[in-house]
Design a protein. Structure first.
Length: 151
């Protein structure tokens, strides 16, 4: 993202981390070259239906909230979401400190609302248990397919 508050400087934000100045002549550093700028702690929300990834984000029975630090799972808990209301869940999960959401399918409005909250969204995830999905994410091996949501 470019910070438009500075007329002559360009800044790049790496995954909600501190600002890195980019000169006009240098290339954008890759993700792996800047791992020191990446947050090491994540709080991952995964919508569930009968204990596995729910294909429709807004109509899940529960969320698995998985806390990770330095590529290790620290804790996992299940929480019940409030009744479905369009646009409610992104703010509700943001209040809980969620940094990432892994989903099977999600509407474009929900994705935009998560982006406004600075929450990373991964859609099209395979149907797996939440701990497996979280481990895939923190080990950079999460595979995403098509977004299962049609709205």
């Amino acid at each position: 993202m470019i910070d438009h508050n500075h007329k002559h400087d360009k800044y790049i934000i790496f995954n909600r981390a501190k600002r890195v100045r980019r000169s006009q002549s240098c290339a954008v550093p890759s993700y792996h070259e800047n791992q020191n700028y990446i947050m090491k702690k994540k709080l991952i929300a995964i919508p569930l239906d009968n204990g596995i990834l729910c294909t429709h984000f807004g109509h899940c029975q529960q969320f698995a909230i998985i806390e990770t630090e330095n590529k290790e799972v620290i804790s996992q808990k299940l929480i019940t979401p409030p009744p479905h209301e369009p646009g409610l869940l992104p703010g509700w999960l943001a209040e809980k400190g969620v940094t990432d959401v892994i989903a099977g399918g999600m509407g474009q409005r929900a994705i935009s609302l998560f982006n406004q909250q600075k929450i990373n969204v991964f859609v099209g995830a395979p149907i797996k248990e939440p701990s497996e999905l979280a481990k895939d994410l923190i080990n950079d091996s999460l595979t995403a397919g098509a977004n299962y949501c049609d709205h």
